[in-house]
Write a protein that binds this ligand. Structure first.
Ligand code: PLP
Length: 363
């Protein structure tokens, strides 16, 4: 029986993606690669709802976040790091590692970012140069209300950086309408491709900031990408096989239609939440001004049980792999990934197995 991989990335690949990534290598400085890269970027723009430039990096999503920091800021500049969980903390840590003056704007894990609070903190920090926000917090299964946050953030002269690594492609994203300067996603989340390519949008304001930024950088220097991508190439050797799959993933989304893809994710997420409740389980957290995530469900484990022990049983006895709780949520929640190539039929067996495991555990 094939493993049912239900972690929130890497996500299972459809057969066409497996075939695509098995194709022979090509010259990454030749015309076939140039055409492929051009097609990927042209395909991504409407899916991101942007006219901004898109840079493809051979890196995981975190590389995209680091690229955003090193290209836009200078040492000592102030940024607000809005955090509702583990990945919000990671974005802040990257900025700290590069010696930015990071003002943490933390909301309790299990809540979403309150735009009123963000407005207040921005008012109190007139020298802030940027705001870092996680769109979909994969560690808590909650999605920030980016439209509402954008309304507040766009009142200020700050760069707006968004980690939508596990959001865009499955959850509504409007880079241009929401005035997002840099938005980052990763091939292994909603894109039905293996890990290895980060996609990064760069607004005209972000480009202007790169000219002033004095942080050290080399591999991720956007100036190199600007020069080489204009020639249909990448500065360094790209993850060619991941590009093949990504191109295929974009085609799959195009042929289904973005709206239908978003609706399917909503439907599968609703189904997952409903199944959790049917087993008497609670979803972790309260969405507040945001939403329960349509790409990952964080489910609280009854206090007498250990989430990691449940996951071990599912893995060993049913070949079903769930995500665990990160950091302080270790053992307290289990997470079910439902993004990319996903239907209700992929989720149903998880709950049949979970029901059996819970029934035995509670004896
Ligand atoms: C998966 C994920 C990341 C990390 O991406 P990597 O590709 O593992 O570097 C960062 N942020 C969010 C919200 C994620 O879901």
């Amino acid at each position: 029986m094939e493993q049912n991989l239900r972690i929130p990335g890497p996500t299972p690949l459809p057969p066409s993606a497996l075939q695509a990534s098995a194709r022979q290598m090509i010259d990454h400085r030749g015309p076939e690669f140039a055409r492929m890269q051009q097609e990927i970027i042209a395909g991504l723009k409407p899916l991101f709802r942007t006219e901004n430039d898109i840079i493809l990096l051979t890196a995981s999503g975190t590389g995209g976040l680091e690229a955003a920091i090193v290209n836009l800021f200078s040492p000592g500049e102030q940024v607000l790091a809005i955090s509702i969980g583990s990945f919000g903390e990671r974005f802040a840590k990257i900025a700290q590692a590069y010696q930015l003056d990071v003002v943490p704007v933390r909301f309790p894990w299990g809540e979403t970012a309150d735009p009123t609070v963000v407005d207040q903190v921005l008012q109190e920090h007139p020298q802030a140069k940027g705001v870092l926000v996680t769109h979909n917090e994969t560690s808590t299964g909650l999605t920030n209300n980016l439209a509402a946050l954008s309304k507040v953030i766009s009142k200020y002269k700050v760069l707006f950086l968004v980690d939508s690594i596990s959001g865009v492609g499955a959850i509504e994203m409007r880079v241009d309408d929401w005035d997002i300067d840099v938005m980052v996603t990763g091939s292994q989340k909603a894109w039905m491709a293996p890990p290895g390519v980060a996609m990064v949008t760069v607004s005209p304001q972000a480009w202007a900031a790169t000219r002033l930024s004095r942080l050290p950088r080399f591999y991720f220097d956007f100036a190199h990408y600007e020069e080489w991508m204009a020639k249909g190439q990448t500065p360094w050797t790209p993850a060619t096989s991941v590009y093949y799959a990504l191109q295929n993933g974009i085609k799959l989304i195009e042929s289904e239609g973005l709206e239908k893809v978003l609706i399917r994710h909503q439907r599968v997420a609703d189904y997952t939440r409903q199944e959790a409740r049917r087993l008497g389980l609670q979803l972790f957290g309260k969405p507040g001004t945001g939403f329960y995530s349509n790409t990952v469900a964080a489910i609280s484990v009854p206090e007498t049980l250990d989430g990691d022990a449940i996951r071990k049983r599912l893995r060993e006895e049913y070949n079903i792999v769930l995500g665990g709780g990160l950091g302080k949520l270790k053992g307290k929640i289990v997470r079910i990934g439902h993004m990319g190539w996903v239907e209700e039929s992929h989720i149903a067996p998880v709950f049949s197995a979970l029901q059996e495991v819970l029934a035995r555990a509670q004896v």
